[in-house]
Write a protein that binds this ligand. Structure first.
Ligand code: ATP
Ligand code: MG
Length: 449
């Protein structure tokens, strides 16, 4: 680096995004809303590692799935030779953890998670290699009631986030026996139309024919639409379960359409499957997918335990929030602290701590590389910070044990500035903020209006 050759810049991994401060208020609003809504349904958070044994996913999701076939970030731990994978989704991990810690020993559990997932896909709008999901897993529940509750929880979340154009698609994919019967007819049907199958479909024909149903290939739509529908193969119990879900949704005025072609990507699903879809995001329109996965826990060596869950794509939902036109103001502080001279700097540290004790957000001017510490430069920083007040401590203020408070947002044009005893500054500003402010300034954290 000491040579005159300039060091080459390292850039981030393709398809993995930095989330910059300008977007932080949007993420915070989303996360706080999620947290509040899920808590109001009695869901408890679980945090599992980002890295898991590869077998967890290859066994859990099924070998013939997009994820396991081509999207996993798998690697060998060079220290001990273990086969590891960056989690592409979190249901398998949550179930592993629930089993490992015997979480359902005293009854069913409502769990939720949030965090990054990793899939080696072609990066494009709404499709990234690191992306974020929020999901819920209700483990140990048998009936259609929990399926409906999960769906209604999503609806409440969309409402609270102000998202209007998300519609619910619902289907039932029955149990293994029902799917097997359907599968025989489905394969026979596709064999009859073999010339229309694309390479992907050809490959899946015998391994996972159900997945051909959700092909996006326009040339196959008509043929696939006329394929045997799984819903007509449901037995008594599956049908009753599906009816049960719909009954609760109808009673609560949750609109939905039944999409007989809706299947989910992973092998572990059965019975209820659903997706929340929007037309506002181009071809990546699914913002949330979920369903029942009664067989999974047994597949992982646990005793039979029914379960149901969903996962939503955070980036896609944030894009919808942005499109809704609402403004997400940048995080701003209440006070910018300006000081001149060494004694004033020491005092400003004391004052900043006192102001923070009073619940205010304070930015203390610190030396920086690209701006001088002149009074003028500091005031410019104060203006740019979005703070409501600048508090100034100069030599005079130190000598007289005072501080000068300048209102940076005075509406009457005149710059309102007062010099008051040092010990009264914090009370004075709290009064100013709470006294003349009827839109409820929140001191404990920055607001998003
Ligand atoms: P798709 O059919 O779009 O590939 P999927 O079936 O692979 O979706 P799920 O595994 O069900 O998706 O994940 C749940 C949600 O996570 C999706 O509905 C989507 O909103 C989001 N999601 C999935 N993959 C990505 C990705 N690569 N980038 C951003 N969001 C994603
Ligand atoms: Mg996918």
């Amino acid at each position: 680096m000491s040579e005159n050759k300039k060091a080459e810049k390292i850039v981030g991994v393709k398809g993995m995004n930095d989330i910059l401060p300008a977007d932080a208020p949007l993420w915070e609003l989303f996360e706080n809303t999620v947290y509040t809504v899920l808590k109001s349904y009695g869901f408890q958070q679980i945090r599992t590692p980002i890295v898991e044994p590869t077998a967890l996913f290859s066994r859990g999701l099924g070998e013939v799935t997009d994820i396991v076939e081509k999207e996993m970030y798998s690697f060998v731990d060079s220290m001990n030779g273990d086969n590891l994978t960056l989690r592409p989704e979190n249901t398998a991990s949550v179930v592993r953890a629930a089993l490992e810690h015997n979480l359902t020993y005293d009854g069913p559990k409502r769990l939720w998670y949030a965090g990054p997932m990793f899939r080696h896909e072609r990066p494009q709008r709404g499709r990234y290699r690191q992306f974020h999901q929020v999901g819920a897993e209700a483990i140990g529940f048998t009936g259609p009631d929990i399926d409906a509750e999960l769906i209604m929880m999503c609806q409440r979340l969309w409402d609270d986030l102000g998202l209007e154009n998300i519609r619910l698609e619902l289907n039932s994919i029955g149990d293994a026996e029902e799917r097997n019967k359907h599968r025989v007819d489905l394969i026979a049907y596709f064999e009859q139309h073999k010339s229309l199958l694309d390479a992907d479909a050809q490959r899946r024909l015998h391994a996972n024919p159900l997945r051909i149903l959700d092909t996006k290939n326009p040339a196959m739509q008509e043929m696939v639409n006329a394929a045997p529908q799984l819903i007509n193969y449901l037995g008594e119990e599956s049908r009753a379960h599906f009816e049960g879900v719909q009954k609760i949704l109808r009673h609560n005025n949750i609109p939905f359409t039944i999409n007989p072609r809706l299947v989910r990507g992973m092998d572990y699903y059965n019975r209820t499957v659903f997706e929340w879809v929007t037309d506002q995001l181009g071809s990546q329109g699914t913002v949330c997918g979920g369903g029942r996965y009664d067989p999974l826990i047994e597949m992982f060596g646990g005793k039979p335990t029914p379960a149901c869950g969903f996962a939503m794509g955070v980036e896609r939902l944030l894009e919808l929030m942005k499109a809704s036109g609402e403004q997400f103001a940048p995080n701003q502080c209440d006070i910018y602290l300006v000081h001149q001279g060494e004694a004033a700097q020491l005092q400003s540290f004391v004052l900043a701590e006192r102001l923070r004790n009073a619940g205010l957000d304070v930015v203390l001017h610190c030396a920086s590389a690209n701006a001088g510490g002149s009074f003028k430069a500091q005031m410019k920083r104060a203006d740019g910070s979005g703070a409501a007040f600048a508090v100034i401590i100069g030599e005079d203020e130190v000598a007289q044990a005072t501080a000068t408070v300048k209102n940076l947002r005075s509406t009457d044009g005149a710059s309102v500035q007062v010099t008051i005893p040092f010990d009264t500054v914090s009370d004075y500003i709290v009064d100013q903020i709470t006294g003349d402010d009827d839109h409820g300034h929140d001191h404990t954290h920055c607001t998003h209006h």
